[in-house]
Design a protein around this ligand. Structure first.
Ligand SMILES: *Cc1c(COP(=O)(O)O)cnc(C)c1O
Length: 235
């Protein structure tokens, strides 16, 4: 608990800890949260969000066998991941940041999972690239659960029709929903809401939970947690 009485699960960062120490600590907390929720930790993918960190800082995690990584900018990812993928062909790269339709080609070429499909123009551009490149990234639809004007994502009330459009008009397979709760809100409310929206449209994937709230997200069914600073340190 912190002084406001809220549960807090931010790992106390010891300056001598390495990213490998912190990765191990996060994995242990994921395991604990999964057990508490009567889930198998194998149903939860830990995405190490490496944005702003250089390839040299990413390699140690690859060397110990971690394979799932997240980036929020296509251009930044293009600069560091082709070489890493050459050395570790089985790594899985996730795009977790907003996508412009003029970057769809690069995104489909580089990423294995795209978490931020949120408007028809993007969905169409991605569908065209999937056909053109014969590559098939796993896709999530981002939902703006807090209806924040500055934030990307489909409005909750439009989620079902947007997912139906992706499936029926564009032939896209959608794996699940993704959200980033408003910073000032209790994340649990948003995780529960996203989980219900996904259930209503028959989706099982839930990309939710970051460094400060991934244990809560696991309690609400997260299948993909996106953890950056708790592993790599503050940006
Ligand atoms: C940066 C980022 C994260 C990771 O944030 P941390 O608080 O560092 O864990 C997760 N999701 C998205 C969409 C991000 O942009």
């Amino acid at each position: 608990m912190n002084e406001t009485g809220q549960e807090t699960n931010v790992i106390q960062q010891n300056p001598t800890d390495t990213s490998l120490d912190r990765l191990a600590a996060v994995r242990a907390l994921v395991e604990g949260a999964a057990t508490a929720a009567k889930r198998s930790s194998s149903s939860i993918e830990l995405i190490a969000v490496s944005k702003t960190f250089a390839a040299d800082e990413i390699r140690p995690l690859l060397e110990v066998g971690h394979r799932g990584f997240g980036e929020n900018r296509v251009q930044e990812a293009q600069g560091k991941w082709p070489d890493l993928r050459h050395d570790y062909p089985d790594l899985e790269l996730h795009l977790i940041g907003p996508l412009q339709s003029n970057k769809a080609k690069e995104a489909v070429a580089l990423f294995d999972v795209i978490h931020t499909i949120d408007r028809p123009k993007i969905a169409k551009a991605i569908a065209e690239e999937i056909t053109a490149q014969s590559r098939k990234p796993t896709l999530f639809v981002q939902v703006n659960t807090g209806e924040e004007p500055q934030k990307a994502g489909v409005a909750p009330r439009n989620t079902a029709s947007f997912v139906a459009m992706c499936r029926n008009e564009l032939g896209l397979e959608i794996a699940g929903l993704m959200c980033i709760p408003p910073v000032e809100d209790e994340p649990a409310i948003h995780f529960a809401f996203l989980s219900k929206l996904a259930r209503d449209v028959g989706l099982t994937g839930l990309s939710m939970g970051m460094s400060g709230d991934y244990e809560t997200a696991i309690a609400f069914g997260a299948t993909h947690i996106r953890v950056g600073s708790a592993i790599f340190g503050s940006r």
